[in-house]
Design a protein around this ligand. Structure first.
Ligand SMILES: Cc1cc2nc3c(=O)[nH]c(=O)nc-3n(C[C@H](O)[C@H](O)[C@H](O)COP(=O)(O)OP(=O)(O)OC[C@H]3O[C@@H](n4cnc5c(N)ncnc54)[C@H](O)[C@@H]3O)c2cc1C
Length: 365
């Protein structure tokens, strides 16, 4: 998010500094599954997904680096009638907004798309072929390198541990390496955004929560053009990754916290679900696994906008921040430069939990 924003601000001639306490791209982004989709339930997220696909499709022309964007599609598998209704309503909205290629499918259609899928208990599915997968590392460094060429500076191994203040406003940051003054500061600290905001006494409603991913050795049981397949009821998902498979599952029982120790016992629970939904996975050999952090908000929508004079936030993407970064970086840069957002972003207002104006995202994995 920070590198995308830096690129768009630098493109407009602004002097930009990105400050990371570690290495850029090694936070939540490093753990990400790379999914990019327009299949959301809220209008603003559908619009972001549509624009993200367009930006990623011409990423190389803009940044001189490939995004490794592969439009293999997203297939959502739906079990209950409520899920089917929820996705039916979402597809209607997506189509109204211009996602012309999204379709509702029957269980047998889904089965025809993914060899070995068990679909007897499904109520339906949705599929959007222009959704897909991109490379988190490629996109982060594509933006970062392009921003550097435009004069942006990136300071790594530089933790921010405080803010410079003038009255109610913020005039820069304090870091382990010294102070940096800036007319505008943006918190883009992913799952650690609340921790960073706390240096100013802010209580940002963004909670880190562990999610785990596993990959397999080369596996002939999946085709390279198999879509990102998500069993919405259990949140078990998989997609082709290199010559193997990448798979994972969200567990709502995981307490908030920033522990990223890999818990191998999760693998047993994921495999138990796979045995019912996609048994071929049991024939693959697990190569490795890792844990990363979601950055959840109570309504699964990010916080984007001004917090104080001179201080902004773009955080709390609730598991969708990779695909949103190319778009939000661009829109937020325009907001900062012109004092007006290019589209209505009030759904993401940082103070919305006090005002009660919520539009929760429901298509969350
Ligand atoms: C398992 C998993 C799968 C996911 N799958 C997807 C997916 O398929 N599609 C999708 O769109 N999203 C996905 N996500 C979510 C996505 O990874 C995040 O929403 C996104 O990467 C957030 O980007 P960010 O730049 O806001 O945060 P980060 O990538 O976490 O970057 C924040 C940076 O802030 C730095 N930082 C923290 N504290 C400080 C400090 N005090 N001083 C200086 N720097 C600091 C960190 O070092 C870090 O580099 C997934 C996440 C996980 C964990």
């Amino acid at each position: 998010m920070g590198c995308s924003l830096a690129f768009y601000l630098a493109s407009a001639g602004r002097r930009v500094v990105v400050i990371d306490r570690g290495r850029i791209g090694q936070g939540a982004t490093a753990a990400c599954a790379g999914g990019v989709r327009a299949q959301f339930s809220t209008e603003v997220n559908i619009r972001i997904g549509m624009e993200a696909k367009q930006l990623l499709a011409r990423f190389e022309a803009v940044t001189e680096q490939t995004a490794e964007f592969r439009q293999v599609g997203y297939l959502f598998l739906l079990t209950t009638r409520e899920e089917r209704q929820q996705f039916h309503d979402a597809v209607q909205l997506q189509r109204r907004l211009g996602v012309t290629d999204v379709v509702e499918l029957g269980p047998l259609d889904a089965r025809a798309m993914v060899a070995g899928l068990e679909t007897d208990d499904l109520s339906g599915a949705t599929f959007c072929p222009s959704d897909g997968l991109a490379g988190p590392n490629e996109v982060t460094y594509g933006f970062a390198n392009a921003a550097r060429r435009l004069g942006a500076m990136i300071y790594e191994d530089t933790p921010v541990d405080g803010f410079l203040r003038a009255g109610d406003g913020v005039t820069g940051v304090r870091t382990a390496a010294g102070e940096i003054s800036a007319p505008e500061t943006v918190i883009c600290a992913g799952p650690w955004s609340a921790e960073v905001g706390a240096h100013l006494g802010l209580e940002l409603p963004i909670e880190p929560s562990r999610r785990q991913i596993f990959t397999t050795e080369p596996f002939a049981g999946i085709r390279r053009d198999t879509p990102m397949t998500i069993d919405f009821h259990t949140s078990f998902y998989f997609h082709p990754e290199g010559d193997g498979v990448l798979f994972g599952m969200s567990e709502s029982s995981v307490p908030p916290g920033d522990d990223v120790t890999l818990d191998w016992s999760v693998l047993d629970r994921v495999i138990a679900v796979a045995q019912r939904r996609w048994p071929p996975l049991l024939e693959a050999r697990v190569r490795t696994g890792w844990a990363g952090l979601y950055e959840n908000t109570p309504d699964f929508q990010p916080l984007i906008g001004p917090l104080r004079p001179g201080l902004w936030i773009a955080g709390g993407f609730s598991g969708h921040g990779f695909m949103m970064a190319p778009v939000i970086g661009r829109w937020l840069a325009e907001w900062i430069l012109t004092s007006a957002p290019p589209v209505d972003l009030s759904t993401f207002a940082p103070d919305r939990f006090a005002t009660g104006a919520l539009q929760p995202e429901r298509n969350v994995v």
